[in-house]
Design a protein around this ligand. Structure first.
Ligand code: PFF
Ligand code: NA
Length: 451
């Protein structure tokens, strides 16, 4: 038997986990689902969900991975017995679905990045002015409409999948760690700079109040839509519910303090999403878009091209922004393909490069319809986030909370020391309240999706 791979450096695990978490979920998906959820009401429910459900749930995946040192399917088989390998199969399906559309969206970022080499964002927007005037829509929205489907989108989806497969085929040690070290600080600096600039916009105030001051009545009236939407976004953005964190923790040779790592990952991820909102909403309101939900999947592209067309140095900033997000998307896509690949390697004994190429190829094909019509984006995204991720997290919580609680607490204590009552508190939290919230979210998510 070959020695299983482990992280090359002490920080390899945390860097890769942050790299997986930080991606399109924060910068592309967060602003538009926040817009669809009405702004501040959504933000509040989402933040609560991350802290109260996301944190216990990330620990669940960590202990399962580190304990078993296996891919999610093998891990569940080992802990829960035969029937549980079917749960692992759900993860594999989820990975397929998410990566298929993720790659198309990442391709848009590459495209917008490259647009920056063909001229300024202002000049690109100017090219769409006539159509925009005729349609009575914002120029940046027309531009997004033109670039998001068709041959270009197909080409960049292809390019992005080739890159993802390439990195995964080469193995986990190379590339990921360095990319994350550069990219995460770059994203933070860029977003802080953009947020400061957004603050100076004429209608920034309206944007802030939309984003930051929730009306509790709205939450009470709309909880049945807000809860599953917040649940889906929270799991998606934290890379939870499909075994990424199980897989990454399975390469841990050493006893890291997993609660600390969980807080670090969640902190970076949530901070970056929050910052993105501080840019997007002031820009939207200052551009006269007062229904941010209408931007849909184009929200970030529309607001950012507007921004980069207006501000001094916007041309360079835009290049940096779209390029960095594309890299962030790559480190997340790698984690998605890694789960699927690790499964085939471990359970079927296939060589790494063949596994990566085979699985990546199928995922690539599944994404192609999205480049044709964004209706497929909604279908795939809605199914993955509204149903599959919540289901995956729910089943994991049942396994760890009800079937192997002792092992789980022991595993968590490695690298921390005796947790005393806190270990039991974690187990009881996931056994009842977390479980109930997930059951309700799943039910509502399914209802929403079917409608
Ligand atoms: N967390 C990633 C993001 O926010 O972009 C997306 C993602 C990666 C979701 C891995 C799920 C996953 F398993
Ligand atoms: Na994320």
């Amino acid at each position: 038997m070959v020695q299983r791979e482990t992280w090359a450096t002490r920080t390899g695990f945390i860097l890769a986990a942050v790299g997986s978490a930080v991606g399109l979920g924060n910068i592309w998906r967060f602003p538009f689902v926040t817009g669809e959820g009405g702004g501040a009401a959504f933000l509040l429910v989402y933040l609560l969900f991350v802290a109260l459900i996301g944190f216990p749930a990330i620990l669940v995946e960590f202990v399962v991975g580190r304990r078993t040192e296996r891919n999610p399917v093998g891990a569940l088989l080992e802990l829960g017995g035969d029937a549980w390998k079917y749960v692992g199969a759900i993860f594999i399906v989820t990975g397929f679905v998410i990566l298929s559309f993720y790659s198309v969206v990442a391709g848009w970022f590459i495209r917008y990045f490259l647009e920056g080499f063909r001229g300024s964002y202002a000049s690109h927007l100017a090219g769409y002015e006539d159509i925009a005037a005729e349609a009575g829509e914002p120029t940046a929205a027309i531009m997004f409409g033109e670039l998001s489907t068709g041959l270009d989108a197909f080409f960049f989806h292809t390019l992005f999948m080739v890159l993802t497969i390439g990195v995964v085929a080469l193995g986990i040690r190379r590339g990921i760690e360095l990319a994350v070290k550069v990219m995460v600080p770059a994203i933070i600096v860029l977003l802080v700079g953009m947020a400061v600039w957004a603050f100076t916009l004429p209608d920034a105030g309206a944007g802030y109040s939309y984003y930051l001051s929730p009306e509790f009545g709205v939450i009470v009236d709309n909880w049945a839509e807000l809860l599953p939407a917040a649940a889906g976004q929270a799991f998606f953005t934290l890379s939870l519910g499909m075994g990424v964190m199980i897989t990454y923790a399975s390469y841990l040779g050493e006893d890291r303090n997993l609660t600390k790592d969980g807080v670090t990952i969640i902190g970076f991820d949530t901070g970056i999403a929050f910052l993105t909102g501080l840019v997007v909403f002031p820009v939207f309101f200052s551009a006269g878009i007062t229904e941010p939900g209408d931007g849909g999947a184009g929200a970030i592209f529309i607001s950012m091209t507007d921004a980069f067309a207006t501000i001094g140095g916007g041309h360079l900033l835009g290049l940096l922004f779209f390029g960095t997000v594309a890299i962030a998307a790559l480190s997340s896509a790698i984690s998605l393909l890694e789960v699927v690949t690790a499964y085939v390697i471990d359970e079927k004994g296939v060589e790494r490069w063949k596994a990566a190429l085979g699985m990546g190829g199928i995922i690539y094909l599944l994404g192609v319809p999205v480049t044709y019509d964004l209706i497929f984006l909604d279908l795939l995204d809605g199914f993955a986030d509204g149903v599959l991720l919540i289901l995956g997290a729910l089943l994991l919580v049942i396994l760890v909370g009800w079937i192997t609680p002792k092992l789980a607490v022991q595993e968590l204590e490695k690298g921390i020391g005796d947790l005393g009552g806190l270990g039991a508190a974690w187990i009881w939290a996931i056994r009842v309240p977390v479980l109930l919230v997930l059951v309700v979210s799943l039910y509502l998510g399914v209802v929403d999706y079917v409608e």
